[in-house]
Design a protein around this ligand. Structure first.
Ligand SMILES: [Mg+2]
Length: 393
């Protein structure tokens, strides 16, 4: 108060002193490194039906001004991260870097062990997902449509689509020749990047790969059905691993009722697999890796990204940086965002605190099937609550 009275008498120097003090406070705030961060779902949190939600820009701009790290974590996909980020940055009027954006298939980008192998990419519009995989560094990418174009008999029911497929299919890197397995087309990993468009073709080719000997197309493993082996011999003969990027059974599209998502395709494939192998009643499962929220691999990947992003924006020597203590997972879907945040156990001991917003899937007044740490109105309320918890000023 004394200082204030003093400066009132000296208006010119008051201005100087005030600015200097503000500058010092700003420097102090900027040099304070937050030990908490945010992971935001996109649909129903930041945007809805591709329109930005009110106060989303305010929330993200505030975090950037405070150098509080955040990433965006979505089960969506089908386009390269740079394309989605450019679109979102302009919609929200917030500068977002590609490294802050984790979509369903982003973790595939780190799977270096397959980059020099032959992988099969399933799903998506045209061959956009092949191009995404190539941008990730995968050198030999085959799609089910490439196989259909080379061997139309592989799935007779899609032959009427060949004129459409011819717009983007490519020659196979090797022929399908079961008489010469060593030179025949061999798939080393199957990645379902996005929702399949031609379920019949994709299910047929995936079934063929799963029953093959060592992933060689056109072969059949002699171990299939051998009850003396684990899983009755299914997927016991060096068949490639199968990765699904998104577990969502249903998704909200423009139609007034929910539409089947990638999870719907997986359920269909599991049904076919059970019918062929005997399924769970015979002790046979479809061995696969499912990623995307609420599954652990996605949260693990997201946490690594957050830690790297925090280092980048604080420009601090790794050894000087205190560990990240808490991540606030902000989402609108109790079954994915909240369940995933609640169930995830960080290998670094980071506490994941879930916050449920009411601007998307979750409807106010109902009991969420997975209880978040806090229910708030919208994304700004989520940030304000978290920042208050952290006593950040
Ligand atoms: Mg959502």
């Amino acid at each position: 108060m004394l200082a204030l009275r003093y400066t009132w008498r000296l208006p010119q120097s008051h201005g100087l002193r005030f600015n200097a003090r503000r500058a010092l406070q700003t420097v102090a705030a900027a040099s304070k490194i937050p030990e908490f961060a945010f992971a935001f779902d996109i649909d129903g949190v930041l945007v809805r039906s591709s329109d930005p939600l009110p106060r989303a820009t305010k929330a993200l701009s505030y975090l950037q001004s405070q150098r509080i790290p955040f990433i965006l974590l979505t089960n969506g996909g089908g386009k390269h991260e740079s394309e989605r980020v450019a679109d979102l940055s302009s919609k929200l009027d917030v500068q977002i870097d590609t490294s802050m954006f984790v979509q369903s298939h982003t973790p595939f980008a780190d799977m270096d062990q397959y980059k020099d192998k032959t992988v099969m990419v399933v799903g998506g519009d045209g061959d956009k997902c092949r191009k995404v995989a190539e941008a990730y560094g995968f050198k030999t990418v085959v799609t089910p449509a490439d196989i259909l174009s080379a061997y139309p008999d592989v799935w007779p029911f899609s032959q009427q689509l060949l004129p459409y497929y011819s717009n983007f299919t490519r020659p196979l890197p090797a022929p399908i020749d079961p008489s010469s397995p060593s030179t025949s087309l061999r798939i080393d990993a199957v990645f379902v990047y996005n929702d399949p468009r031609d379920w019949g073709l994709d299910a047929q080719i995936m079934k063929d790969v799963l029953l093959s000997k060592g992933g060689v197309l056109g072969t059949l493993s002699s171990k299939n059905g051998d009850t003396s082996l684990p899983n009755n011999g299914y997927q016991q003969d060096n068949q490639p691993p199968v990765y699904f990027s998104n577990p969502d059974l249903l998704w909200a599209a423009k139609y007034h009722l929910p539409r089947l998502g990638q999870g719907g395709f997986r359920e269909a494939l599991e049904g076919i697999w059970a019918a062929i192998t005997g399924g769970p009643t015979k002790g046979v499962e479809l061995q696969k890796i499912v990623m995307g929220k609420p599954y652990k691999p996605t949260y693990e990947f997201a946490e690594k990204r957050l830690i790297a992003h925090r280092k980048a924006i604080t420009q601090t020597n790794n050894k000087d940086l205190d560990p990240l203590r808490r991540v606030y997972m902000v989402g609108d879907n109790p079954a994915s965002d909240i369940a995933g945040g609640n169930n995830y156990t960080s290998p670094y001991g980071t506490d994941w605190a879930s916050i449920l917003v009411q601007t998307g899937v979750y409807v106010e007044g109902t009991t969420p099937e997975h209880q978040p740490r806090k229910i708030v109105g919208d994304v700004w309320d989520a940030v304000a609550w978290a920042v208050a918890q952290e006593k950040w000023s």
